[in-house]
Design a protein around this ligand. Structure first.
Ligand SMILES: Cc1cc2nc3c(=O)[nH]c(=O)nc-3n(C[C@H](O)[C@H](O)[C@H](O)COP(=O)(O)OP(=O)(O)OC[C@H]3O[C@@H](n4cnc5c(N)ncnc54)[C@H](O)[C@@H]3O)c2cc1C
Length: 259
C-alpha cells in the first residue's frame, strides 16, 4: 500500500457511543506517590467517597479541584482516571511534570494523607468492541489514556501507539493481551509544541480505514497531525478523535476539534 495515497473505503458510522454519569464531587486523600519516570508522577487516591466510581472510557477525565491562592476561587484541571481498582477502592492518576501550573505543583508536593477533591467523570465515549484496530498518538499528557486503552484491550485487537516524551527513560511498558506495536519519539519539553518528531514517525505507519485513530497532545501538535490524517491520508472522520489537552503558554486551556 502506498502510504501517501488516501485510504479507500470509509466506514460510514462512528463506532462509538456516549454514556452519561451522575456528576459527583468526591473528597479523597493521597494513598501513595511514585515517580514513574523523570517526566511522570503517579498518585494513588483513596477514600470512602470513591466507592461506586465509574469510568467506562479510556479517555475519560475527572476534574481535580485545587485551592486558589489567597482565597481565590478553586482552580480546576482535567486528569485521566488511569486506573480504578474497585477491590482496593483506589484511583490512580498520572501527572506529567512541567514547570508551571497549580495541578503540577500540587502533584509535586503531594504527600500521603493530603486531600484532593475530584469531580466526574461526567461522561464516557465508549468505543464499540467490534473495533479491532487502533492508532493512538500523543504526548506525555495523553500517556495515561493511551496506557489505559492498551491495557484494557483484549486479544485479537491490534494497536499501534506513537508517543512523544522527553527522554528514553520516560518510555512506559504496558501489559496487554492486544497485539501492540509501540513507537516512541523524543523531544525536549520546550519543544512539546513542535509536531515534527511525531509527523516523521507517522509517515512510516500504515493506517487501514477500519482503524480508530485517537490523538491528544499540545493543541498545535494535534492540529498538524489532524490535518495530515484527515486531509492528506483521508482517514474517515467517523473513526477519528483528536483533542488538544493543553495549549502552550496558556493556563487551564484545552482545544476541542469537532470531527
Ligand atoms: C481530557 C483531558 C485529560 C487529561 N489527562 C491528563 C493526565 O492524565 N495527565 C496529565 O499530566 N495531563 C492531562 N491533561 C492535561 C492537563 O490537564 C494540562 O496539562 C493542565 O494544563 C495541567 O495543569 P497545570 O495546573 O499543571 O498547568 P496550567 O496552569 O494549566 O498551565 C500553566 C502553564 O503550563 C503550560 N502547560 C500545561 N500543561 C503542560 C504540559 N503537560 N507540559 C508543558 N507545559 C504545560 C501551559 O501552557 C501554561 O503555560 C488532560 C487534559 C484533558 C483535556
Amino acid at each position: 500500500m502506498n502510504l501517501h495515497e488516501p485510504v479507500a473505503a470509509s466506514p460510514a458510522t462512528a463506532p462509538t457511543r456516549r454514556v452519561r454519569h451522575e456528576l459527583r464531587r468526591r473528597q479523597l486523600s493521597v494513598v501513595s506517590t511514585e515517580r514513574l519516570s523523570p517526566a511522570m508522577l503517579r498518585i494513588v487516591l483513596g477514600g470512602e467517597e470513591l466507592r461506586g466510581f465509574t469510568s467506562l472510557g479510556a479517555d475519560d477525565h475527572v476534574k481535580i479541584f485545587l485551592p486558589g491562592e489567597d482565597g481565590a476561587e478553586a482552580e480546576r484541571r482535567d486528569y485521566t482516571p488511569r486506573h480504578y481498582d474497585a477491590r482496593r477502592n483506589e484511583l490512580t492518576l498520572d501527572f506529567a511534570v512541567h514547570e508551571a501550573g497549580p495541578a503540577t505543583a500540587w502533584a509535586l508536593s503531594a504527600k500521603v494523607g493530603d486531600a484532593l477533591t475530584i469531580g466526574g467523570p461526567r461522561g464516557s465515549l465508549v468505543i464499540e468492541e467490534s473495533v479491532r484496530r487502533f492508532l493512538l498518538i500523543g504526548d506525555e499528557t495523553a500517556l495515561p489514556a493511551i496506557g489505559r486503552r492498551i491495557e484494557e484491550a483484549g486479544p485479537g485487537v491490534s494497536i499501534v501507539s506513537l508517543v512523544a516524551v522527553p527522554e528514553p527513560a520516560d518510555k512506559q511498558n504496558f501489559e496487554t493481551a492486544a497485539d501492540l506495536h509501540a513507537h516512541w519519539v523524543h523531544r525536549p519539553l520546550e519543544r512539546a509544541d513542535d509536531p515534527e518528531a511525531l509527523l516523521a514517525a507517522l509517515r512510516t505507519i500504515e493506517i487501514e480505514p477500519d482503524c480508530f485513530v485517537w490523538i491528544a497532545a499540545e493543541a498545535s501538535v494535534v492540529r498538524a497531525l489532524r490535518s495530515v490524517l484527515l486531509e492528506e491520508r483521508a482517514h474517515p472522520k467517523t473513526w477519528f478523535k483528536a483533542s488538544g489537552y493543553w495549549v502552550r503558554g496558556k493556563a487551564d486551556t484545552t482545544e476541542k476539534f469537532e470531527d
